[in-house]
Design a protein around this ligand. Structure first.
Ligand SMILES: [Zn+2]
Ligand SMILES: [Zn+2]
Length: 412
């Protein structure tokens, strides 16, 4: 990155931490948390920081001006010591949903690579060797695109539902936030979870994702003599039983013949599903579809219900939750890859939350930049790009996105 662009980012980040100092709210039990600052210039992490009060944390932010700010989900006796001597006391239960960790339809649209040697770029996967300079090192870029963000939000809604309905956590102990890039974080801050070890947290991951969960053991009842299904999970059932029903409902209500083929069902198994689709959908008001149509075998229902499990499985990052020393991005701090801020959102307002509006940190001014390559993206109500090797004047927030992604340079 050119030093002009680098110092431009640094100055804007410094302004942000100066002007919005009071919006930086320290996490609970501040004195027990370790902080880590990723340094803008060298991209190295300054670990084992700790602060006595909010004032000192805020002062450090505008003195250091990090590209990213993290704090430990854990509480320590001595957070400033190295890992061996910290004295682990417990940790919040944290979840990370990131569009990088589940398939979305659009990486070929917006993901691309940049050669670190010469700045040449292209779509999709990077080549073995740069055709311009022969370099072999590339940076890969993903984007906070609308489709990916909507997919992440759908996972978030499922996760919050599982945590509240199945685990019984009240909304008071849950914090939900947009990460500032391509996903969402959920924190559970409750004495009930502090002492859970890594294995216990891994079991929570398995439950949330429905790993190893077989639909046939969740209420599917068959008649051995008639070879047909007599009953199955109901939409009103609690826990995974109800989730299997809901997932099955969602799958069947949207499934085309092609979708049904993809499940591995044979044409003769699919035929009655399509022929009796009205009866099947209406049956959800009563006992569900399991025994409604004679010609559908228990095996067919098992296959479909397993798709229901897959639909309801929450796609969380499996590494984050079991890590009892995890560093988590601080709310209202800036994300070094986008210039957006991490923002908390009300649990009752997830559906209507628009990350590309609420998370915008830089609200004024324009910047002249030269963009090497960028897909189309939205910032607040305006859409920008796609760009390829062009000079353009952009509002600061849009320019910051491109500068932080390393696909643009400030020009005078
Ligand atoms: Zn190159
Ligand atoms: Zn996308």
């Amino acid at each position: 990155m050119s030093s002009l662009s680098q110092s431009f980012i640094q100055e804007r980040f410094a302004d942000y931490y100066k002007e919005n100092s009071l919006s930086i709210m320290p996490p609970s039990s501040l004195k027990r948390r370790e902080f880590g600052f990723l340094l803008l210039e060298k991209k190295v992490m300054l670990r084992h920081q700790s602060f006595l009060d909010a004032e000192r944390l805020r002062a450090a932010l505008f003195n250091v001006v990090p590209s990213d700010v993290y704090y430990s989900s854990a509480y320590y006796e001595r957070p400033e010591e190295d890992m061996r001597n910290k004295g682990w006391l417990g940790a919040d239960l944290v979840f990370d949903i990131d569009a990088d960790h589940f398939p979305t339809p659009c990486p070929t649209v917006h993901d691309f690579w940049v050669c670190t040697g010469c700045g040449a770029s292209g779509k999709g996967q990077h080549p073995q060797k740069c055709s311009s300079c022969g370099g072999t090192k590339f940076k890969e870029k993903s984007w906070p695109c609308e489709t990916c963000l909507a997919a992440a939000k759908a996972e978030l809604i499922k996760l919050v539902d599982v945590l509240m309905e199945d685990f019984g956590f009240s909304s008071k102990v849950l914090t939900v936030a947009f990460s500032g890039h391509r996903g969402y974080h959920v924190h559970v801050e409750s004495e009930l979870v502090w002492e859970l070890d890594s294995l216990a947290r891994k079991e929570i991951v398995d439950y949330v994702m429905g790993i190893g969960l077989e639909a046939e053991f969740h209420g599917l009842g068959r008649s051995l003599s008639l070879d047909r299904m007599l009953a199955g999970p109901d939409l009103n059932d609690r826990g995974w039983r109800g989730r299997v029903a809901k997932g099955t409902y969602d799958f069947l209500s949207a499934a085309s013949e092609e979708d049904l083929m993809k499940t591995g069902l044979k044409p003769q198994q699919i035929k009655p599903l399509l022929a009796y689709s009205d009866e099947i959908m209406e049956s959800w008001d009563t006992k569900g579809p399991w025994g409604v149509v004679k010609g559908i075998s228990p095996e067919t229902w098992k296959t479909i219900a397993q798709y229901g499990v897959e639909k309801q499985s929450v796609k969380i990052d499996t590494v984050v939750t079991p890590d009892i020393n995890r560093l988590i991005r601080l709310s209202n701090s800036l994300h070094g890859k986008t210039g957006l801020k991490k923002v908390e959102l009300p649990i009752t307002g997830i559906e209507d939350f628009d990350p590309l509006k609420t998370a915008v940190a830089f609200k004024s001014g324009e910047v002249n930049v030269h963009v090497s390559e960028a897909p189309q993206f939205r910032m607040e109500d305006e859409t920008f790009g796609p760009f390829k090797r062009q000079k353009i004047e952009l509002p600061t927030a849009a320019a910051m996105m491109l500068l932080c992604k390393g696909v643009a340079k400030v020009v005078q």
